[in-house]
Design a protein around this ligand. Sequence first.
Ligand SMILES: [Cu+2]
Length: 465
Amino acid sequence: MTGFASQPATRRQFLGLTAAAGLALVSGCSGREPSAAGPPTTGGLRLTAAPMRVDLAGHAVPTWGYGTVPGPEIRLRAGEVLRVQLENELTEDTTVHWHGLAPPNGMDGVPGITQDPVAPGEGFTYEFETPIPGSFMYHAHVGMQLDRGLYGPLVVEPRTEELSYDREYTLMLDDWRDGMDDHAGHAAPAGDTDPDPADTVSFGGRAYPLLLVNGRPPEDPAVLEARAGDRVRLRVMNIAADTGFRFAIAGHRLTVTHTDGMPVEPTTVDALRLGMGERYDVLVDAAAPGGVWQIGVQPEGRGGWGRALLRYTGSDASRAPEVGERPAELAGQLAVYDDLLAREPLALPNGTPDRRYDLVLSGTQIGGQSYPDADPLPVAEGEWVRFTMRNTSAKWHPMHLHGHHFQVLTASGRGPVKDTVAVPARGGEVTFDFLATNPGRWLFHCHNHHHMEDGMVRLVEYGRR
Ligand SMILES: [Cu+2]
């Protein structure tokens, strides 16, 4: 809990969570009821990146984090100023990136591009307005630091909440291998060279011995409480480095209300697929006949398993599902981009885009180039820009654009507004449009962090028209 806010409202909120530890909710994930909330965070938060230990079902493993894994949930209201003092107590440089937000370029947290890296023993203050509500994440953006515990949820609440629900939880899904050398028995051989069978949906090929939900392994799951009849809002976030997930809850359906924090027409499905960097907000009606229900998290394209539990208040926790019990809903109807309709489409002008880029994703290259030996992609302020990506590789690539929201082009003409979009393997194609309204130099990259480290990055660079 070190490094948490100095602001009273925030601390009260946080202590409220800690007091509810009997619910087995990990610190930093929200289990509060909106009506019972204190004032939202207005900033003044201190994040200290430091070596720490995280308890994984009784094994204290070393990692780097912001005091807890996930880090403390940052919550503020649309239009407020996010102010975070980062302190670096690591042995190497670090920065914080605000995934899905569109801050001024200098606050985007990309070392060497938008700011000088923060050296060990140094600090940096991030400060910017957050006008757009949604479910976002923050994470370190230096090397593979994200693969450790340096991440957390960030929620910007709307001024007026349109959805009606009784309680909400944030779920961060992660693949984990940090500090697991002592537990090598769990690990499969590493490598990213085995070709996947043609019908496999795979976002990565590395071996990860554990999948965590809110920092917890399947043997020690987070427990989400609900009363019968409650409507529960879940903010599901994939912060993994190398794993796409299938997500479902036994005995319950999911009504998708937001993708990457941006509203869509509510649509009810059985399961979600989340590429790395993607988020979905869903509403779940606690309409089952009581009990304890499995929240299943299954990696796409490889083995492994993660879970949490949905417990109806008063139900006997000793009658929880077996650790490995897989909800049938995982194989049910999936939320797909084509079925999602933006509730607040981008204000694109009539006519045709001012600028187009057609980019082939091959191996871990974008347009045949590997960063840093890669040309910037120039845009000019005010332009309507279109990216088309065709993926010829055997892996799905979740492509993320910093500093902007884009609209996925679908047959409906009103595809979801997102900031990270999964491009299917073997000829899959996705097109998105954005408005160049946030000047600077912005990363466009694959959110598989191994692919990113391999150079699957381009810079979108504002210049003169
Ligand atoms: Cu990739």
